[in-house]
Design a protein around this ligand. Structure first.
Ligand code: SF4
Length: 210
């Protein structure tokens, strides 16, 4: 599979590839050991033409059982946060860096990210969103190529190639760290303001070199 090496360094949509084609390439993937421990592979869900693409870390327990990202309590939190940005689930696309759940929700391992990330890169280039929202450190590090923590990255829009990037805490983490919920709400409001200031097809959202 031809893959985009660094999503942020691509300025123009390179070619059409459908999400169905990517899903079919994944098949019953066992490229890394998580293929043997997962229940269901969680590909991603949402609007294939979304302006906003959310990237989380990896499926959790409920996602692994149901095969969909952001179900359960974290999903409810995401739904109410989307409201703050004037968005609904059907407006956006949601995927994870890893498509399979790490046992006991341990952190993704570098070799797992290396094996799985080509599929995410293909999803990004198929959807070609205006904004990528990185939920948590692993997504932010993958998209922005930085090792800075979310606390120092959040609260402002970043730009990488074509994409505006907004890193945030993960909505699941805010269920345990209640003090992060306010940061999340502020960042979703910031997303809503950015979207209203950059309407679809405005020059700022076209694929012009920076
Ligand atoms: S995590 Fe990704 S690379 Fe590993 S088995 Fe699942 S789909 Fe394949």
């Amino acid at each position: 599979m031809g893959v985009m090496h660094i999503p942020g360094h691509v300025h123009q949509k390179p070619r059409e590839v459908t999400l169905e084609e990517i899903r079919s390439l994944l098949g019953d993937c066992h490229l890394c050991p998580l293929g043997s421990t997962r229940n269901k592979l969680v590909f991603g869900v949402g609007n294939p033409h979304a302006r906003v693409m959310f990237i989380g870390e990896a499926p959790g327990k409920n996602e692994d059982l149901q095969g969909e990202p952001f179900v359960g309590a974290a999903g409810h939190n995401l739904d109410s946060l989307l409201n703050l940005a004037g968005l609904k689930r059907e407006d956006v696309y949601i995927a994870n860096v890893l498509k399979c759940r790490p046992p006991s929700n341990r952190n993704p391992r570098p070799e797992e990210i290396e094996m799985c990330s080509p599929f995410l890169r293909e999803q990004i280039r198929s959807i070609w969103p205006d904004v990528i929202v990185c939920l948590g450190n692993f997504a932010a590090h993958f998209v922005l190529h930085t090792d800075k923590g979310i606390m120092s990255l959040r609260g402002q829009m970043h730009q990488t190639g074509h994409f505006a990037v907004l890193p945030m805490f993960h909505p699941a983490a805010a269920l345990y760290h209640h003090e992060w919920q306010q940061y999340l709400e502020d960042d979703f409001r910031l997303l809503g303001v950015w979207l209203s200031e950059h309407p679809a097809d405005s020059p700022a959202t076209k694929s012009e070199p920076l």
